[in-house]
Design a protein around this ligand. Structure first.
Ligand code: ATP
Length: 514
């Protein structure tokens, strides 16, 4: 199965099993907007809990807020979004399809890296054990040639972005002979800037109404509340403010399912520090955030850092954590050193002093900020892509299993009476009545036990509990484990403790804190 096929299957699976539906589907959907179904919402809530607790519970100096989506329009002038929250777009005149010019070039560069990797893999096969990869990369004329072209384009690309040179961006696309995947032609329009913010009107009369924006990031809600939280919480630097909430961007190209949406959710934490200490904190947060991802056990090799080619107008250091999605390594989270840009600008635009009195230094100053910013939906996609697994069983049957970490699984336990009579459903119900106060529990009495197991595997339920006639006699049940499919007989009285231990977030939090 190719990665593309895998991705298609994953999307179909998300829909078939109540994780994600296209928005307003009965009207044929709305571009790049999605709804989370009965299983999706549970997984999403668990992701948010994993993030929130690892920020707010595990750090005494981080607190949370929940700011409004609508903000005073001046916010977005101060933050620079009105002037500069743009993406460079380009159209193919034959297919009439629209693309992000920067993404076309980035994809071209990624293809060159793939070509080099293929050469290396071929050579490894040819030379066997004696193969020296570093030497091959440094000496193979073919590899050197591809790398030189790639590096030259990279240099031009970074310069063009820095100088906002749209003509040069187009020229790079032409020089690299990038074709539209739909029409296969190189018939490109000019590159234009496109502002990604959605706007709307607030107020009832046309004259009195003012243009406001749907927030394109949650961060600004934190910055404008800096003093409120610092003063009322008596916070001392360094300290952080965390927030989870919706953000909106009128993305030019939105073709990768929930990877790029027009309405999405962010989990952002702004960490306020003394000026001059921001690099230390930036490095620290890079490590902490990478540990958070890796603790899920999807394989360390599936994550990497990617430093930004072009720093945003507010940043003095920026890196992304990328995950190996079915469509390649792509950003899930950004860790940015935002300097004193945001607080400084809000101070300037609001005319209010936004400063911190440092008792140690005996002076007032505008703090610096290190931000960690992750999309809930991209995290969701990361988990689904890593967890989705098709397996052939010993009896020749196939199963699809979602190996979602137990603490994140939408349903923790499914309870199944072997037959629908003899008091077995009643005993199953009494087990549910005990577990349901603490865990999401499902009841299933339809079809064969094998089919019921398959249904639970497909939504990632870690435990299936079967109640049979022996249960009535000795108070034991069969517990079947999702991943190993092993079964064991245990006492009903020990079920609660077993599930509690197996689905706890604790081991993950301990790993992050190591
Ligand atoms: P990209 O380069 O992919 O457009 P970005 O660098 O603009 O992303 P940030 O502004 O750093 O993204 O936003 C922080 C996080 O918010 C991203 O790492 C991502 O997880 C999430 N995010 C941003 N845009 C979207 C979107 N359109 N749909 C879903 N998640 C998004």
């Amino acid at each position: 199965m190719t990665q593309e096929e895998l991705f298609k299957k994953l999307i179909a699976h998300c829909k078939e099993y109540g994780f994600i539906f296209p928005s307003s589907e009965i009207y044929d959907g709305l571009g790049a907007v999605y709804d989370y179904g009965q299983n999706g919402v549970e997984l999403k809530n668990n992701i948010k809990r994993y993030w929130w607790d690892s920020m707010v519970k595990l750090h005494e100096n981080i607190v949370g807020i929940d700011a409004a989506i609508f903000m005073h329009p001046k916010t977005w002038e101060a933050s620079g979004h009105v002037a500069a929250f743009n993406d460079p777009l380009i159209d193919n005149k034959d297919s009439k399809k629209r693309y992000r010019a920067d993404v076309l070039i980035e994809d071209w560069m990624a293809k060159q890296d793939e070509k080099i990797q293929k050469e290396v893999d071929k050579a490894r096969k040819r030379f066997g054990e004696a193969f020296d990869e570093a030497q091959y990369r440094a000496t193979s004329p073919r590899v050197l040639d591809i790398a030189a072209k790639r590096d030259a384009v990279h240099e031009r690309f970074v310069k063009a972005l820095d100088e906002n040179d749209l003509t040069e961006l187009r020229q790079i696309i032409l020089d690299c002979e990038v074709v539209c995947p739909i029409s296969g032609t190189r018939n490109w329009t000019d590159v234009r800037q496109f502002n990604l913010m959605f706007s709307t009107q607030m107020g009832s009369t046309a004259e009195g109404a003012s243009t406001i924006y749907l927030r394109p990031e949650t961060a600004q809600g934190i910055f404008v509340n800096f003093l409120n939280v610092q003063k009322t919480g008596r916070m001392k630097l360094p300290f952080g403010i965390a927030q989870i909430g919706k953000a909106f961007r009128n993305e030019i190209v939105a073709r990768q399912f929930i990877f790029r949406m027009r309405e999405f959710e962010q989990m952002e934490m702004q960490f306020f520090v003394q000026p001059g200490t921001e690099m230390k904190w930036w490095n620290e947060w890079k490590n902490t955030r990478m540990a958070w991802h890796r603790a899920l056990g999807f394989g360390d090799e599936n994550y990497r850092f990617h430093d930004h080619d072009k720093l945003a107008h507010y940043a003095n250091a920026a890196t992304d954590i990328e995950f190996n999605f079915p469509f390649g390594f792509k950003e899930v989270e950004g860790i940015h050193s935002r300097t004193d840009f945001d607080l400084g600008r809000h101070q300037e635009y609001s005319g209010k002093k936004i400063q911190y009195f440092d008792p140690e230094r005996g002076e007032n100053y505008v703090p610096y900020v290190v931000e960690t910013s992750i999309g809930v939906d991209r995290m969701f996609l990361q988990i689904m892509s890593a967890a989705y697994c098709e397996e052939r069983l010993e009896n020749g049957e196939e199963r699809v299993v979602l190996r979602i970490p137990a603490c994140l699984a939408p349903t923790k336990v499914a309870v199944m009476p072997l037959v629908k009579k003899d008091g077995l459903p009643e005993l199953a119900q009494s087990i549910i009545d005990d577990l349901k106060f603490d865990f999401n529990v499902a009841y299933d009495e339809k079809d064969s036990i094998g089919k019921r197991y398959r249904r639970q595997d497909a939504v990632g339920t870690p435990f299936c509990i079967t109640v049979d006639h022996q249960s009535l006699e000795d108070g034991t049940v069969t517990v079947r484990h999702r991943d190993s499919m092993q079964q064991e007989r245990i006492a009903i009285s020990t079920l609660h403790q077993m599930v509690e231990q197996a689905t706890s977030f604790r081991p993950l939090y301990k790993k992050i804190k190591e």
